[in-house]
Write a protein that binds this ligand. Sequence first.
Ligand code: AMP
Ligand code: ZN
Length: 119
Amino acid sequence: MNKGLPGDCLFCRIVRGEIPSQKIFENKELLAFKDISPRAPIHIIVIPKKHINSLSDAKKKDNALLGRIQLAVPEIAKKLLGENSSYRVVTNCGKEAGQSVPHLHYHLLAGRIFTWPPG
Ligand code: AMP
Ligand code: ZN
């Protein structure tokens, strides 16, 4: 994974509008857009606009940002699915865990039955 030039990462380019995305939600510090290769009928990617490689790289100073992104996810879920809906939130940390884009992101997945444990 590219750890050297964060501004070059795919999601930073989406934030800057250099790569198009289907935006679902945006504010000053967060962006949510449809996953290009959905693994469920609803598959949204929620990111901080600030580049952080993964949750493993988040620092104490990111505390409030992480709180806000985790509160944004259920807000987006409610907007898309209504109250009391089921959904799964996933953040892959590192290649072996399935992370392919080295910019912290939460997958919001819904619209089908999910099994446990995940593959
Ligand atoms: P991960 O594999 O956990 O790093 O998740 C990265 C996700 O980004 C995958 O589910 C991809 O399908 C998705 N993705 C890759 N490129 C794009 C893009 N241009 N627009 C939207 N989603 C993307
Ligand atoms: Zn980035």
